[in-house]
Design a protein around this ligand. Structure first.
Ligand SMILES: C[C@@H](O)[C@H](N)C(=O)O
Ligand SMILES: C[C@@H](O)[C@H](N)C(=O)O
Lengths: 159, 159
């Protein structure tokens, strides 16, 4: 099958922001991210689930340095955006498994989830694509997660 | 700034699967995706929000051909995985804006959301990375969405 997984990366410089109670109507996420873009806040991972209810949550990450400004901007726009809660967690780590052709090898994502499960590490958020599986976990587990994923995908042997 | 956005892609061959009521405890998503991987079902986009509650939802896409099998496998494992509802929507389109360095140009994502908002197109799910912004929308809006995003990012001029 070749080396599908190329590496495991870890970012500890981001905060997780969760906006809940967002109406599932056109225009709602635009109303969140347009002001943030205007303020020059670099949003990295954005995740939003599909929902059967009227409202949903949006999770995204921003640089730690932008937490105060982000909070201020969004809180000032609470009525405009129409969200219920804004929660910011600075204690996260963003772990990514990077590779190629991972869609046709869906076992790759399952393997990442399984590895973290066996370590008792809770997965807070997930976003995947064909070349990247990204999860948010508690920062204290960063090294353990990276080391274990590295070993699970046998990455040291590729060196 | 250079050409950050390189293209807009559209996939109409996937179904959206939403599992709700999943316990936010280690091991829960592994219990969903391991059996799917074992069954050879190619899971593409996986999205899971961070939650403040005890349960959360997981959204993912699979090839339309795998819908029946996926439903069967997950329903048989309902108690094992511990989910509340399984909803499958075959009427979606997966639209991706592909580029580079999009993290440091967070206006790119905002622009995509704004474009869809102005068209009244509801965004059902979102997963982004530095090189890809992916949304799920109602299939009937596929051409309109792609055409409008193409034009918004001025992609025809790059030809
Ligand atoms: C929830 C949010 O994504 C909404 N559906 C929108 O299109 O903006
Ligand atoms: C919800 C699900 O992702 C759970 N937190 C897990 O780690 O499996």
């Amino acid at each position: 099958e070749g080396e599908i997984v190329r590496g495991v990366t870890c970012s500890q410089e981001e905060a997780k922001v969760v906006l809940s109670g967002i109406q599932d109507q056109p225009g709602r996420v635009a109303s969140v991210f347009t002001p943030l873009a205007t303020a020059g806040i670099n949003v990295d991972m954005i995740v939003q689930n599909a929902t059967q209810q009227e409202t949903t949550e949006v999770t995204f990450t921003i640089p730690l340095n932008d937490v105060v400004r982000c909070k201020e901007i969004l809180n000032n726009l609470r009525e405009n955006i129409g969200f219920h809660d804004l929660v910011i967690d600075k204690n996260v780590s963003k772990i990514s498994v990077v590779g190629i052709g991972m869609r046709s090898h869906s076992g790759v994502a399952a393997k990442a989830f399984q590895t973290l499960a066996e370590l008792g590490i809770n997965i807070q958020a997930i976003a995947t694509s064909e070349i990247k599986i990204t999860v948010l976990i508690d920062r204290k587990f960063s090294e353990l997660a990276v080391r274990s994923l590295h070993s699970r995908y046998e990455l040291e042997k590729a060196g």
